[in-house]
Design a protein around this ligand. Structure first.
Ligand SMILES: NCc1[nH]cc(CCC(=O)O)c1CC(=O)O
Ligand SMILES: [Mg+2]
Length: 334
C-alpha cells in the first residue's frame, strides 16, 4: 500500500461543506431568532430592584421598574414576557385568595404594562396558586392532599381576573387534571374568547425549580413538601404525550415542556407527535447552572447561552422561555 493512499477515497466527505462560513450557513438546518424568545420577569410590590441570590444577574423588579423592562423587551424585539409575582407573605393564605383579587400585584402590573406598550408585547400570566398559598402548593390542600376539582374552581377565577387585567396568554402551570377545558369554557363565557391558553402540559416534578421558588418566595412556604402528586415523574415519556393530547383536546392553543434542557427528548416527541406550537422552559435551575459556571470562568457565556437555546430549536421547540432572553436578543441583534 502506497502512502499517501490514492484510492479508494471516501466519496462523501462531510467536512467539505463545513470548510467555509458561507457553506455552513447555507446548510444550516435550524436557527434561533429573537422571535423565539419569551422573557420571564419577577415583580414585587415595592420600589427598586432586589437581587435573587440563587439567580445571579436576575432581579425582582419593583412596580417602578417593571414597565421599563417591558419597554426594553419591545425595544429588543422580544415578542412576549411572562410575569411572576413575589407576593407579600402577609397576603398568602391557605385558600390563596389573593390569586383571585383583581387588584393583586400581577393584575395591577399587567394593566400598567398593557397601557404602556399595548399590543407590541404579549403578556403571559401563570395560573397556579403557589405564589399565593401559605403552603406553597399549586392547588388547595385538604387533609394533606392537593385536591383537583376544588382547585380548578379557583383557577378559573384566577384566569378571569388575569384576562380582565389585559393578559394575552393564560398559562396554567398547576398540572391539575381537566383544568384547560374548564378555563377555556370560563374564558369564552366571560367574553375572553381571544385570550390564548399556553398549557404547561408536560411539567415535571423537578429539582431544577429551586431558584424560582426563592425568587417568588414559595420555597419557605413549601418547606420539605414536594409536588409529586401532580407534576410528572422524570421517568415518564409516554405519559407526557398523554398529558399533551388531553390539553390539546381541551382547547390549549400551545403547549409547554418544562424543564427544558434535561427534557429535550420530550420536546422533540411532542412536536413530532402533534405538530402544534410547542414551547420549552429553560427553568431557573438551568439558568443558574450556566450562569454559575460562566461567572466562575469555567464556561464562555455568550457561546454557551446561544448553543443552549439553539438546541431547543433543533429539538423542535417553536420558542423558549428563558432568563437569558435579553442577553440572547442582544447577541442576535449584532
Ligand atoms: N406554578 C409554579 C411554577 N411556575 C414556574 C415555575 C418554575 C420556573 C423556573 O424554575 O424557572 C414553577 C415552580 C414550581 O412548579 O414549583
Ligand atoms: Mg394534565
Amino acid at each position: 500500500m502506497s502512502y499517501p493512499p490514492r484510492a479508494p477515497f471516501p466519496a462523501t466527505r462531510l467536512r467539505r461543506v463545513r470548510a467555509h462560513d458561507w457553506s455552513r450557513r447555507l446548510v444550516r438546518e435550524c436557527s434561533l431568532s429573537v422571535d423565539d424568545l419569551i422573557w420571564p420577569l419577577f415583580v414585587f410590590d415595592g420600589h427598586g430592584t432586589e437581587a435573587i441570590k440563587s439567580l445571579p444577574g436576575v432581579s425582582r423588579l419593583g412596580t417602578d421598574h417593571i414597565v421599563d423592562a417591558a419597554r426594553r423587551a419591545v425595544d429588543l424585539g422580544i415578542p412576549a414576557i411572562a410575569l411572576f409575582p413575589a407576593t407579600d407573605p402577609k397576603l398568602k393564605s391557605d385558600d390563596a385568595a389573593e390569586a383571585i383579587n383583581e387588584n393583586n400585584l400581577v393584575c395591577r402590573v399587567t394593566r400598567e404594562i398593557k397601557r404602556a406598550v399595548g399590543d407590541q408585547l404579549g403578556v403571559i400570566l401563570d395560573v397556579a396558586l403557589d405564589p399565593y398559598s401559605s403552603h406553597g402548593q399549586d392547588g388547595l390542600v385538604r387533609d394533606g392532599r392537593v385536591v383537583n376539582d376544588e382547585t380548578i374552581a379557583v383557577l378559573l377565577q384566577q384566569a378571569i381576573v388575569q384576562a380582565r387585567a389585559g393578559c394575552d396568554v393564560i398559562a396554567p402551570s398547576d398540572m391539575m387534571d381537566g383544568r384547560i377545558g374548564v378555563i377555556r369554557g370560563a374564558l369564552d363565557e366571560a367574553d375572553f374568547g381571544d385570550v390564548q391558553i399556553m398549557s404547561y402540559a408536560a411539567k415535571y416534578a423537578s429539582a431544577f425549580y429551586g431558584p424560582f421558588r426563592d425568587a417568588v418566595g414559595s420555597a419557605a412556604n413549601l418547606g420539605a413538601a414536594d409536588k409529586k402528586t401532580y407534576q410528572q415523574s422524570p421517568s415518564q415519556s409516554d405519559e407526557a404525550i398523554h398529558e399533551v393530547a388531553l390539553d390539546l383536546a381541551e382547547g390549549a392553543d400551545s403547549v409547554m415542556v418544562k424543564p427544558g434542557m434535561p427534557y429535550l427528548d420530550i420536546v422533540a416527541r411532542v412536536k413530532q407527535t402533534f405538530g402544534v406550537p410547542t414551547f420549552a422552559y429553560q427553568v431557573s435551575g438551568e439558568y443558574a447552572m450556566i450562569r454559575g459556571a460562566v461567572d466562575a470562568g469555567w464556561l464562555s457565556g455568550d457561546a454557551v447561552i446561544m448553543e443552549s437555546l439553539l438546541a431547543f430549536k433543533r429539538a423542535g421547540a417553536d420558542g423558549v422561555l428563558t432568563y437569558f432572553a435579553p442577553d440572547a436578543a442582544r447577541l442576535l441583534g449584532r
